[in-house]
Design a protein. Sequence first.
Length: 479
Amino acid sequence: MADVTRNLHRQPVTRQQKNLLVAEPIARLSPERFRGLAIDPVLVDTLDLKYLALVAIDFIMERSAVDGGATDEEIVAFLASEAHLMQPGLNQEECRRIGRVIVDQLANARDGHRAFSERYFSREDGRTLVHTFQLLTLAVDVDGTVRFRLHRDAQVLTLGMLDVPPDFAEEAEAIMIRRAIERGRFRDARTLAERARLRSIHYRRAIDDALFDARRAIERMTWSEQTIPMLDAARAHLQERLRHEAEMIGAAGDVIGTVSGEERDHLIDLREILTECRSRHHDLFMRVMTASEEFRDAQVQAFRARPRRDIPELEDQVLVPLLSCSIGSVAAIADDIVVLFGAPRPPRLFDLTRAFELCTRPREHCDPDEAEGGKFTDLVPVAPTFAEDEIAEAGDWLARTVGAAGRIDMHGVLAAGEQDELEPRMLRCVLFLMLRSWSPGEDPLDVVASIDGTINHRRVTGDNLVLERQPEQWTTSTA
């Protein structure tokens, strides 16, 4: 705990705070800004205002490469077309009003196009300070045309939101740190190393999640096509990271003796951060190296023929305890449950030798139970709880509800179902479909399921399940 506290004190988050504050004007965009503009509030509620603000910034950045910026009329016209694409029920004049509100918000027109001001706590100063920034600035061309240009703060905002895979980001960080050390910019190298430390944590989380997902569905993993390429890529990346980090630690150590004062402190911090990253990468590398054997053992265990005496009593030993557990508890023991409750089986092969033996051996050589004869009892399949048409109807309703809300939990689903006057049986079927969405292999809606607290309702009690559309679905629906 002491080491964590020391790291937090060593790495103030002032820069991150300032970058985060730049997004506040966009975050404050809400449908209330359009009240009194003679636009149907229902249509306004369907608009993604943050999307419109971001595409406006992208549009101005693109125009800056051609004309040095974008005029007010060009931005409003572009936003009007985007708003109409998002909601065709709006007419052209209403779309232009929406574009005007977005531009005014980004340019802080209400305050005379002055800079935005936001308060934040600075640990370095030990007090609350005010950060001033701008998103758009006005500039006059040589021909007298007034254009909007992106302020540096808006450029930092947009570039910071460009996402790259964590492994590629780590490679880029290593190159920049090495260049900073070579040029004697030790403060910048320390700042980049702090960011690389966070990248290493994110990469470890990504690998941990990938390994967990593979173990969670061990019987559905194709070893040669899915697991081995992922492990090989991780192994090669970690080997390269360990080599580069050792070189950077050595380079920093060589320079420490030649500098003093603040630069020496930066180099000491830099070496400690890189050592921490290398230790994390080393531990992750050892885990990746042993993952192959662990997966092979897990698959052998899953496919191994089990003696009859080891088969559990499904109802008393598995089903009843399983139903009494929360979703979080079940997820923690999911691997063991998968093996016990639904062990995968290899394809059956017709054994001619065994078949010939059974047909030709005397009756008395058969199993005792078979020699005694006895009666066979027909297996009556358990009737499904819901009919297929009920499941289809409930699935369509739930898909529409999740699609409209984007993210909804069980409280929201119950409220929406009661508002739509769903029958109790249909609402129960909807809740069962939500529970099925927790398992990626059985998800009927292709959503992201998570848990947000608990729910205690007359229809359902336990973990509060949250369904959220996949990121690609959100992008497709808003584009």
